[in-house]
Design a protein around this ligand. Structure first.
Ligand code: URA
Length: 233
C-alpha cells in the first residue's frame, strides 16, 4: 500500500493532509531522514514528528471501561472512543467494541478492527468465559448457585433458558459469576430473577485474559500471545 494511503488510514489526516505532512518533512524514518510519499519503508521504521506510527490494522485493545461511559455512539454522554486518541476514530478499518458493557458496568472491554476476530469472540459457539464481580443490594438466599448452574433458568422476555453459569459466593452481598454467553443486561437480569438487585458490576476476565492492574480509563494494545490466551480459558 502507498505510504500516503497507509498513514491516512491510520487517522493522521485526509490523503491531502498527509501529502502536506510529507512535504513539510514531518514524516521521517527511524534515523530522522525525511521520507517521500513513494518511498518503501517498513511500518515500524516510520516516524511522524519523531513519534512511531500507530499500530497497523489488525489492532486489538484491552480497555478498562469506567462506570458512566457507554459503548454505543447512539447513547448520549461519554463513549469509550473518547478514552482513545482522537485519530483512532478516523482509522480505516474502524475499531469496534467487542460486545458491550452497560454504562454502569466497569471492567474489561475489548476493541478491535479485525472483523473476523470480533466474530470469533462474540459467536455463541465460542462460549468464551466472561467473569463478573457483582455487589448486591440484598444478601444471597443460598439457592442461586444451583439455579444459575441448572441450565433451566428462563429470564423474562427470553425464549430459551440460559446456559449453565457458575456462581461463586464471596460473601452474602458479593458474588463472582462466570457466563459463557452474553445476553442483554444478563447479570443484572439473572440477579433480578432471584429477587436481588446488582448495585455494582465489574468484568474482570474474558476468556483467558485478565484485566489485571490496568487502571480505570486506561487501555493497551494486546500482543499475539495475549490474543492466543483469549481463546484458552
Ligand atoms: N451483564 C450485565 O447486566 N451488564 C453488563 O454490562 C454485562 C453483563
Amino acid at each position: 500500500m502507498k505510504l500516503v494511503k497507509l498513514i491516512a488510514n491510520l487517522g493522521y489526516g485526509s490523503r491531502k493532509q498527509v501529502t502536506q505532512l510529507f512535504r513539510s518533512g514531518a514524516i521521517t524514518d527511524a534515523n530522522g531522514e525525511v521520507l517521500y510519499a513513494d518511498d518503501q519503508v517498513a511500518h515500524a521504521d516510520i516516524r511522524i514528528d519523531g513519534e512511531p506510527l500507530d499500530p497497523p490494522p489488525g489492532l486489538t485493545l484491552m480497555l478498562h471501561k469506567p462506570v458512566g461511559v457507554t459503548c454505543s455512539t447512539r447513547d448520549p454522554g461519554r463513549i469509550v472512543n473518547d478514552l482513545l486518541p482522537p485519530r483512532f476514530r478516523l482509522r480505516s478499518p474502524l475499531l469496534s467494541s467487542v460486545g458491550r458493557l452497560d454504562r454502569e458496568t466497569s471492567g474489561l472491554l475489548l476493541l478491535t478492527d479485525d472483523g473476523a476476530l470480533l466474530h470469533r469472540i462474540v459467536a455463541p459457539k465460542s462460549r468464551l468465559a466472561k467473569v463478573y464481580d457483582a455487589t448486591l443490594a440484598q444478601d444471597l438466599r443460598g439457592d442461586e448457585a444451583a439455579l444459575f448452574a441448572s441450565g433451566t433458568l428462563l429470564l423474562e422476555s427470553d425464549t430459551t433458558p440460559l446456559a449453565p453459569a457458575v456462581l461463586e459466593v464471596i460473601d452474602p452481598r458479593h458474588a463472582r459469576l462466570t457466563l459463557t454467553e452474553g445476553r442483554y443486561h444478563q447479570v443484572r437480569r439473572m440477579f433480578a430473577a432471584v429477587g436481588n438487585h446488582v448495585t455494582a458490576l465489574h468484568r474482570s476476565r474474558v476468556g483467558g485474559l485478565e484485566l489485571g492492574d490496568l487502571a480505570a480509563g486506561q487501555w493497551r494494545v494486546l500482543d499475539e500471545e495475549e490474543l492466543r490466551r483469549l481463546f484458552v480459558g
